[in-house]
Design a binder for this molecule. Structure first.
Ligand code: COI
Length: 363
């Protein structure tokens, strides 16, 4: 009997950054020059390497494949008008990845290793960071997974941490046009004491069936409620939820940014940024409290926020037989949030808190 000794992987070609149409990018994978990859054994990480072939060999008993030991992150690098390259709040992603790994009993890259990996991979793929005028960005997707062979249900002792990069444009077609959302009523995203607050692959695997069903019904985005009472808004399939309310207090107009707070919501770095923008840039009030699905018509504008979707207005929410309608196009406050966060990311607005990590000049 003949046995195949090696699996031959194809080596797809990287896109040529000189001919890439950066203005027409959507949120799809385009192959770049390299990704950076590290491995660990019993908690000790190697020196890592830049790799060009996107296929990696995998043990058939890898813990990630059987028991879902896999977590990921998403962050972006922007090219400013002065041509500098800025990565937005990477240390926050490092810390969240560490939390995710701890929840899944995985080895994790230190914040320092994470930052070194960011610098190595962005440096090697500088020419894939879309030009300032294109409005695109280089998406960084760090992943960490258990690659060690593990047949009994237990954590493995061998892990891979890698960051792939790919240039992207808007996640939802039309950008700031407003999307239609459907509330998922037959499935839950995360249990109250489950893994909803960490970025593990399994949360997204569980969302795929409802996503496909909603997509067929004409909804590009799904909204999840809390699993216990099915009455409170948790988050969208891809991102966090926010609502805008304009109220009067002591004869003065007050703009409020509402977003729910729950142990099963993923702590979005963009949502945190918007809350900080409200407080320190716009002088708006932040309300971190329950949002009941039956009361979302109290908001004048609602939207989705996250690294990939940035700030995306939601124009309709379908909840069973109910329909909540919002403005067809982007509302003025949602636009302000979008302009401010993108302004800071692209270097048009003062970065008061040093959120941008700037790629050092080549020596
Ligand atoms: C991101 O916003 O970067 C994410 O990782 C969300 C993903 C579902 C696209």
């Amino acid at each position: 009997m003949e046995h195949l000794e090696h699996v031959e992987f194809p080596q797809p070609r990287a896109a040529d950054p000189k001919t890439l149409d950066f203005k027409s990018l959507s949120f799809k994978y385009t192959q770049t020059r390299s990704f950076v990859m590290y491995t660990s054994k019993n908690g000790v990480w190697d020196q890592g390497k830049l790799v060009s072939n996107p296929y990696i060999p995998m043990h058939i008993a890898a813990c990630a494949l059987h028991y879902g030991q896999a977590v990921f992150e998403g962050l972006k690098a922007f090219r400013a008008e002065d041509n500098s390259i800025r990565v937005f709040r990477p240390q926050e992603n490092a810390r969240r990845m560490i939390d995710s790994c701890k929840r899944l009993c995985m080895d994790f890259p230190s914040e320092e290793l994470f930052m070194t990996a960011v610098e190595r991979v962005v440096r090697d793929n500088e020419d894939y960071v879309p030009p300032y005028v294109s409005g695109g960005s280089l998406y960084l997707r760090p992943i960490c997974f258990g690659h060690g062979a593990q047949i009994g249900v237990a954590p493995t002792t061998e892990y891979t941490f890698l960051i792939l990069v790919t240039p992207v444009g808007a996640y939802y077609k039309g950008g700031l046009q407003g999307v239609r959302a459907q509330v998922i009523t037959d499935f839950d995203r995360a249990a109250p004491r489950g893994t909803g607050a960490v970025k593990c692959a399994g949360n997204y695997a569980a969302s795929l069936l409802p996503h496909v069903m909603s997509g067929k019904a004409g909804f590009p985005i799904e909204l999840y409620l809390d699993a216990k009472t099915n009455s409170k808004v948790e988050e969208f399939s891809t991102s966090n939820f926010f609502g805008i309310k304009v109220v009067e207090k002591d004869g003065k107009k007050v703009i409020q940014y509402h977003t729910p707070c729950s142990p099963s919501i993923l702590p979005s770095i963009t949502n945190k940024t918007l809350r900080e923008i409200c407080e320190h840039y716009l002088n708006w009030e932040v309300c971190l409290e329950d949002v009941f699905i039956n009361e979302i018509d109290q908001f004048s504008e609602i939207g989705a926020t996250g690294t990939a979707v940035v700030v995306t207005p939601v124009k309709e929410v379908h909840y069973g037989q109910k329909l909540f309608k919002f403005a067809e196009t982007v509302g003025e406050h949602t636009q302000k949030l979008y302009d401010t966060v993108q302004g800071i990311q692209y270097g048009r607005i003062a970065d008061k808190f040093n959120w941008n990590w700037i790629l050092p000049q080549k020596k």
